[in-house]
Ligand binder design. Structure first.
Ligand code: FAD
Length: 539
């Protein structure tokens, strides 16, 4: 009975609280459990006192403990002993479990045996040692924004570092050391108080850890490169429990690998140190267009944006046909706020000359305000999403542009968050050699993201189907099949995905994996394998 319940929940992708009403009859018939050994009494959300004496979701707790024991041979008592080793651990019988087992994307309905909330580095070490001792799967989690459930695992342990969120500025070296549970928004705010930046994206709820370890694309990119390009050192706990420093001199091979392939592959990173850049203000702009003019705008923007001065980075966004098409971007300081406003107008002349815009907004603002301006959507997005992406190395053909516009035009009025976003690359991002870090796609001129978003799990199928047909129709235009590891694609086979993320750097990454994680403790569906080809197809 309990097994069926959990299997159904896993299949239907429903956060289990949604299905509570349907199950309360079953819950009330279950006898006391000997597996989970839980003594807590948690009020059931249905408020029926006859089941208050048992933990809510009692049947799932038992199943998760039983299944963990069956798969890994770890008893309930052993699993519960983790409580004595770390500061905070959340089990399926704890009322916070449903919150902590979910990532930002609620599409992933995963049931770990425990979520460790690491408050200090010793919690990270203890959790890794525990997982190695009992051969339990472990997943590191930073900001929980992974596009696929790479930071979650059924019946294993999620090592969530969000309580470790300090950012310490070294004003002598002009560097910042950020603990890997930190989210981007608070870090950017703290840095901006001192007119400092690190080059990041604009999603303020994103984790600094995942963003940096996979790359970090954003509006600073054409001048300062990816977030990871400003990284000067990283501390990491390896599978043997040792905490080591990595930088260009010490464990430099691992430092190289962490820059672009550090998410979930080699160990759990605890601290990231970056060079800081002083920036007092930025000049931002947004141009609005009618959907019908999308093709003309994209044709002009796509060659202008990757080739303009490196201080200007912009993106092209197209939504459903009832919403304006947008080109928005940011100019970093060139001279002073007043003359930069004039310069920006000059720079975007190729777009203004089209004379198609319905509106133009252009402003000078502080860096803090710019994160608020661009990051406002981070909190307002629907809970469920599905995403695909491509690095583009050549201008999009008319046919490719028509395909984008056609698929966006199929959306109905209520699908307001679905989006195709094209980010301009090039500039100093491209002057870094493809083999200088693990991130190989330096010669790409655009990063395209196709995203569908929805509010409730029952809306999932049509939204995924739309995006899959759209993505399939775009395949002929991206023969190199290069992708961004921070936009994981689990529809690809493991081998194809690894080649698309790492290209010629993959062999070197496998060698480094063999050296630092020879027993493959840190693994997920598309992790770097310990052995050379053929790569075991896990999907
Ligand atoms: C709304 C939204 C907006 C985004 N915007 C951008 C953007 O502007 N630019 C951009 O480049 N990307 C963007 N992304 C993608 C984002 O950068 C990646 O999804 C990133 O991996 C998320 O990092 P995280 O720490 O929040 O996620 P998590 O889910 O916590 O982790 C992601 C991966 O990193 C691993 N990991 C986390 N912490 C550690 C650690 N301490 N040590 C080792 N491995 C670790 C995890 O195991 C997992 O494999 C966006 C994503 C979302 C959902």
């Amino acid at each position: 009975m309990t097994e069926n319940l959990l299997n159904d929940a896993l299949k239907t992708n429903l956060p289990r609280s949604n299905s509570h009403a349907a199950r309360k009859a079953v819950v009330s018939t279950i006898k006391k459990c000997s597996k989970c050994l839980n003594e807590n009494e948690i009020e059931c959300i249905c408020k029926q006192t006859n089941i208050l004496i048992r933990p809510a979701y009692f049947e799932e707790t038992c199943f998760i403990f039983s299944e963990t024991e069956n798969r890994f041979g770890v008893s309930s008592n052993e699993l519960l002993s983790l409580r004595d080793l770390v500061t905070e651990v959340i089990y399926p019988f704890n009322k916070e479990y449903d919150f902590y087992r979910l990532n930002y994307n609620h599409r992933f309905n995963i049931y770990p045996i425990a979520v460790v909330r690491a408050h200090k580095k010793s919690d990270v070490v203890a959790t890794i040692n525990f997982c190695v001792k009992y051969r339990l799967p472990i997943r590191a989690r930073g900001g929980a924004h992974a596009y696929q459930p790479a930071s979650l695992v059924n019946f294993g342990i999620v090592l969530d570092q969000r309580p470790r969120d300090n950012a310490t500025i070294d004003f002598v070296r002009n560097q910042v050391t950020i603990q890997t549970g930190a989210l981007l928004g608070p870090v950017a705010n703290k840095l901006s108080e001192h007119n400092f930046i690190i080059p990041t994206g604009t999603c303020v709820t994103n984790g600094v850890a995942g963003l940096t370890l996979g790359g970090g694309i954003g509006f600073y990119l054409r001048e300062y490169g990816l977030t990871m390009d400003q990284l000067v050192s990283a501390k990491i706990v390896l599978a043997n429990g040792s905490l080591i420093n990595t930088n260009s001199k010490s464990n430099s091979d691992l430092f190289w690998a962490l820059k672009g392939a550090g998410g979930g592959n080699f160990g759990v990173v605890t601290d990231l140190t970056f060079n800081l850049t002083k920036i007092g203000y930025v000049t931002i702009f947004t141009l609005y267009y009618n959907f019908i003019d999308a093709k003309a705008v994209l044709k002009t923007w796509q060659s202008f944006a990757p080739n303009t001065i490196t201080k200007l980075t912009s993106e092209f966004d197209i939504f459903n046909k009832y919403q304006p098409v947008i080109v928005t971007g940011q100019l970093l300081p060139v001279k002073n706020p007043k003359s930069d406003l004039k310069l920006l107008i000059k720079l975007i002349k190729p777009l203004l000359d089209l004379n198609l815009q319905t509106n133009l907004s252009i402003k000078t603002m502080s860096v803090k305000e710019s994160y608020e301006y661009f990051g406002q959507g981070s909190y307002a997005r629907p809970l469920f999403f599905y995403n695909k992406s491509d690095f583009n190395f050549d201008l999009l053909s008319d046919e490719a542009i028509d395909t984008i516009i056609y698929y966006m035009s199929l959306l109905n009025k209520s699908q307001t968050h679905h989006k195709t976003e094209i980010d301009a690359l090039g500039g100093n991002f491209s002057s870094i050699a493809s083999e200088a870090t693990a991130f190989p796609s330096r010669k790409a001129i655009h990063w395209l993201q196709y995203t569908s978003l929805w509010d409730t799990s029952d809306e999932q199928d049509p939204n995924i189907e739309w995006l899959q047909s759209y993505y399939n129709a775009m395949r002929p235009y991206f023969p190199l099949n290069r992708k961004y590891v921070n936009a994981l694609d689990y529809d690809s086979t493991r081998e194809s995905a690894l080649n698309s993320y790492y290209a010629d750097n993959l062999d070197n990454l496998i060698t480094i994996k063999q050296k630092y994680d020879p027993t493959d403790v840190f693994r997920f569906e598309q992790s770097i394998p310990v052995s050379q080809y053929p790569i075991n197809q896990k999907n």
